[in-house]
Design a protein around this ligand. Structure first.
Ligand SMILES: N[C@@H](CCC(=O)N[C@@H](CS)C(=O)NCC(=O)O)C(=O)O
Length: 387
């Protein structure tokens, strides 16, 4: 393959990679999401949170036994490790706002815990920076196309809930005329360091004697640029990442994503080890997003008086309880979350549907409309019952 020899000419790409990796290390200020529904009023807890804790102080407090929920409330912001280079998932919009599916998962937690979906400090992390970032405890949550694996669960932090089911795929220039993954034998492949992608491609190569020439790059921008400049025959990552990347190309139709996947990539947020309450808080917020959709409640029709539908009323704090008090939430937590960011389906529609990531019939459809036992939707989006 010609591209195998072009890699030696890739000095420009290496410079770009260094610049991009420098940019990825920068912190960005908290900015309101343009696409999110109007913010709810900050809760009394948020208004009382005058002490601005640094992340280092927060870690020290945690070591002294202060819960992360309390730390976040005292700080008045949620520290969310994110990404801003993957359209649809975590991206800077034209107004400089951090937006995306993964971003809104953090905003949902901020709405639940602080009563304000905008009370988030986003910190961009490259793939390789993720493990240390979450292990240090200096962030409250990581939400950036991160695959739940057993090793990461043991070593990095607790994965709360799979919010997007994915698998690794391959993109190739249409001009190569390749139609299937096995036709990539002897090809050069662009891969990002510190990812499951890098591990899976080795397995696939070994199992199928593909004789790949694997070129690794420190971040998404540099691996995408290397692919576009012809250094590799194919770019591989999560299929959603390929769709997202291709959407930013000048000529997206010149590239095809090959059918099939070579791995399981369950993507979702994770939290630092060592605080069960915080883990439960984040899992429950994800469940609220999912069940609000299943019950047909959107940001426009959140009930504030009882509807007579027990499940809806329980979820929205109008009858009984789903454990809000034990979790450290106000009864009305689901109202803040759904008014703040919308339900799972609204978040998906806002960020992923425009990319062309079809939801109906995919694994990311709901398992069912929860009140209806005979109308399965066929997807895998399902969470612990809220009761
Ligand atoms: N899901 C995989 C891959 C995640 C990943 O790093 N994806 C790339 C490509 S979509 C990415 O986020 N690149 C953007 C960047 O690091 O700037 C994992 O958890 O290791």
């Amino acid at each position: 393959m010609v591209a195998r020899y072009l890699k030696y000419l890739g000095c420009g790409a290496i410079l770009l990679a260094l610049l991009a990796s420098f940019a990825c290390g920068q912190e960005e200020p908290t900015t309101p999401a343009q696409s999110a529904p109007a913010a709810v009023q900050p809760s009394p807890d948020a208004l009382e949170a005058t002490a601005a804790l640094t992340a280092g102080e927060a870690t020290a407090m945690e070591n002294q036994g202060v819960s992360r929920l309390q730390i976040v409330r005292d700080r008045g912001t949620l520290v969310c490790a994110s990404i801003n280079t993957v359209a649809g998932f975590g991206f800077l919009d034209s107004g400089g706002n951090t937006v995306g599916f993964d971003i809104d998962l953090c905003r949902a937690v901020a709405a639940a815990v602080l009563g304000n979906p905008d009370a988030v400090e986003f910190r961009t992390t490259t793939a390789a920076e993720r493990g240390p970032a979450i292990q240090s405890g200096e962030i409250d949550i990581m939400s950036r196309n991160t695959t739940w694996t057993s090793t990461r669960d043991a070593a990095w932090g607790n994965f709360a809930q799979t919010m997007f089911y994915d698998g690794q795929g391959f993109m190739v220039p249409r001009s190569l005329g390749i139609t299937g993954m096995l036709e990539l034998r002897d090809a050069s492949i662009c891969v990002q360091q510190g990812t499951t992608t890098e591990l899976n491609i080795q397995d696939f190569d070994n199992q199928n004697s593909m004789n790949f020439d694997i070129l690794t790059f420190p971040d998404g921008v540099s691996s995408n640029d290397a692919y576009l400049s012809g250094q590799c025959d194919s770019l591989t990552t999560d299929r959603s990442g390929l769709v997202s990347t291709r959407s930013g190309f000048d000529s997206p139709d010149d590239h095809i994503i090959l059918p099939g996947t070579i791995s399981e990539e369950p993507l979702g947020p994770l939290v630092p080890h060592g605080d069960d309450q915080w883990f439960d808080v984040v899992k429950t917020v994800m469940a609220i997003l999912i069940y609000a959709e299943a019950y047909g409640v959107t940001s426009d029709n959140v009930p504030s008086i009882a509807t007579g539908d027990t499940k809806v009323d329980r979820l929205f704090g109008l009858e009984g309880s789903f454990g809000q008090e034990a979790l450290g939430f106000p009864d009305t937590v689901a109202r803040d979350v759904i008014r703040g960011v919308g339900n799972y389906g609204e978040i998906y529609e806002r960020h992923l549907t425009p990319l062309g990531l079809q939801r109906d019939g995919s694994r990311n459809a709901l398992w069912s409309n929860a009140p209806c036992r005979d109308c399965p939707r066929g997807g895998q989006i399902y969470a612990a019952p809220l009761r």
